[in-house]
Design a protein around this ligand. Structure first.
Ligand code: NDP
Length: 280
């Protein structure tokens, strides 16, 4: 039976570390602040925003949630972002995605000041990641790396296969694994024989959004399998990996729920603290 990569345990550890850093900053007169912008009333986004607020409370970060109506215009949204860029109480600005379809996500993200870009989605921070320079790293990929380290999974020299090439998960995860000296294969919907690729993986990351995409026959015995997917099936939350089948073959596996999602929130707190420390 595979080792469970326990997101709850590792996220607790990361949150405790963030809380200690917040305490040290407060002694210097700095209270880290996070602003979360939510446009519309998507129930999943509301849940994510609530969990981010709770995490801020737990570690002592000042948080402000700004809820905008579904029919908010691009100009109104960007005006708010500009105000937050100037707000001295705010170190990090998070624009909860996805935005309603009439809004231009990339343009709105580009309005966030790079030094307040807590998600690391601004082109400048994405470029810094590409160049292996210091900078804000996107929370989910950073959480995956934290989880692998805490789970004692060797990265240096491992063959990592990442399924999914989005700008927020797949691509930055591949770059972080590469930075840690893994040999990385990045798969997507045009990959002709996915199983042939995934069976090579010492570390397999599934970030697609399709339940049961990764089955036991696609996994090399002993591999570490990280399930990023969040899917709702008959009201139940499941990942992209057939957990029951794959955990009989893998050496380590992250569950859904209780896996990467919790790491994402914990790394968000870490990023707010880092931005506040940079300001201090
Ligand atoms: P996107 O929809 O942006 O990207 C999905 C990727 O999967 C694309 O690159 C797509 O390929 C690829 N893909 C689709 N079908 C296949 C297939 N059959 N075989 C191989 N690749 C395929 O999703 P995100 O990256 O934003 O999110 C992925 C999943 O992770 C979702 O379930 C999301 O909810 C979850 N998520 C979880 C987070 C967490 O904290 N746990 C945080 C963020 C996301 P192509 O590029 O060719 O279209």
């Amino acid at each position: 039976m595979a080792q469970i990569l326990d997101g709850r345990k590792y996220a607790d550890l990361a949150l405790d570390e963030a809380a200690a850093k917040v305490e040290a900053l407060k002694k210097k007169g700095v209270t880290p602040g996070l602003a979360v912008i939510l446009v519309g009333d998507d129930p999943a986004s509301q849940t994510y925003v609530r969990s981010k607020g709770k995490a801020c409370d737990r570690v002592g970060i000042y948080s402000r949630t700004l809820i905008l109506a579904e029919d908010t215009t691009q100009a109104e949204l960007e005006k708010l972002i500009m105000e937050l860029n100037r707000d001295t109480q705010i170190d990090g600005i998070l624009l909860q995605l996805p935005l309603p379809p009439h809004l231009d996500e990339q343009h709105a993200l580009s309005c966030i000041a790079p030094e307040k870009d807590v998600d690391g989605f601004h082109a400048l921070n994405a470029g810094r990641l590409m160049l292996s320079l210091e900078g804000v790293q996107p929370c989910t990929p950073k959480g995956i790396l934290y989880m692998l380290r805490q789970g004692g999974i060797p990265i240096d020299g491992a063959h990592a296969v990442v399924v999914g090439r989005s700008n927020i998960v797949g691509k930055p995860t591949a770059l972080l694994l590469l930075k840690e000296n893994a040999t990385v294969t990045l798969c997507h919907s045009h990959t002709p024989d996915l199983k042939e690729q995934t069976r090579q993986a010492d570390i397999l990351v599934a970030a697609v959004g399709k339940p049961q995409l990764i089955t036991a026959d696609m996994v090399k015995p002993g591999a570490a399998v990280i399930d990023v997917g969040i899917n709702r099936v008959n009201g139940r939350l499941v990942g992209d990996v057939d957990f029951a089948g794959v955990s009989a073959v893998a050496g380590a596996i992250s569950p859904v729920p209780g896996g990467v999602g919790l790491m994402t929130v914990a790394m968000l707190m870490d990023n707010v603290v880092s931005l506040a420390a940079a300001r201090a």
